[in-house]
Design a binder for this molecule. Structure first.
Ligand SMILES: O=C(CO)COP(=O)(O)O
Length: 253
């Protein structure tokens, strides 16, 4: 059994105080860690405050990106070592916004995934096709390539800990969710790729999230699908009430 994982991706939203208040308000309400992994991925500058605020209750804190080097002349960047130092547990890598707007490639994602494991950070590796690719029936081959390239060179043990987020670009922030069947078909394909490329053990262990206009109204159906183990949520993770409902759906899945 794979434990559900619900991760909020705040993107470039909230001021630090708002973020800390958000966590404090959810303090007594979040389900226990044995039922669901709850993760909040916040802007770098909020992370120290949030890891401190989250210390005694069942939520983990994630970053939304990082560099792959530990230190050096990389102006404006943040390293995996720095994230671990302030008790960050997860890092989102290869989000489509970073690929599209900031030049991330499968190769840089792969370097970052390896660096994450060097510092005991759990990577949430994002993959997903554009509308054009979907319409050209290229979804499976494109996503397959992203998965293989992003995870290249990892050990079996590391592979089992990876979280993959399947986020079709056309469904992000558009209100246009993939149907549960469409989402699950791609997640099933990803699991098959993991089995064919690595092993059945890896394929069964890896948790695959769906992301793209997930909200309290559609999460239960998505989590009910055979190969969807959680959600990576943008807009609906910004409000306490809706985030809590998403996490509760994860705990009950
Ligand atoms: O990009 C996303 C999460 O990483 C999805 O964003 P929305 O939930 O706002 O569509």
């Amino acid at each position: 059994m794979r434990k559900p994982i619900i991760a909020g991706n705040w993107k470039m939203n909230k001021l630090a105080g708002e973020g800390a208040r958000f966590l404090m308000d959810l303090r007594e309400k979040l389900p226990e860690k044995d039922k669901v992994d709850t993760v909040v991925c916040a802007p770098f500058i909020h992370l120290p405050l949030l890891t401190e605020a989250a210390r005694d209750f069942p939520v983990s804190i994630g970053a939304q990106n990082m560099h792959f080097e530990d230190s050096g002349a990389f102006t404006g960047e943040v390293s995996p070592e720095m994230l671990k130092d302030i008790l960050v547990d997860y890092v989102v890598l290869g989000h489509s916004e970073r690929r599209e707007l900031f030049g991330e490639t499968d190769e840089s994602v792969n370097q970052k995934v390896k660096a994450a494991f060097n510092h005991e950070l759990t990577p949430i590796v994002c993959v997903g096709e554009s509308l054009e690719q979907r319409e050209n029936n290229e979804t499976f081959t494109f996503v397959e390539q992203q998965v293989k390239n992003g995870l290249e060179g990892l050990s079996e043990d590391q592979l089992k800990q990876v979280v993959i987020a399947y986020e079709p670009i056309w469904a992000i922030g558009t209100g246009k969710t993939a149907t549960s069947e469409e989402a699950n078909d791609v997640c099933t394909h990803i699991r098959q790729v993991l089995q064919d490329t690595y092993s059945k053990g890896v394929a069964q262990a890896v948790r695959i999230q769906y992301g793209g206009s997930v909200k309290p109204q559609n999460i239960e159906e998505l989590l009910g699908m055979s190969d969807i183990d959680g959600a990576l949520v943008g807009g609906a993770s910004l409000e306490e009430d809706s985030f809590l409902k998403l996490v509760e759906a994860g705990a009950n899945a």
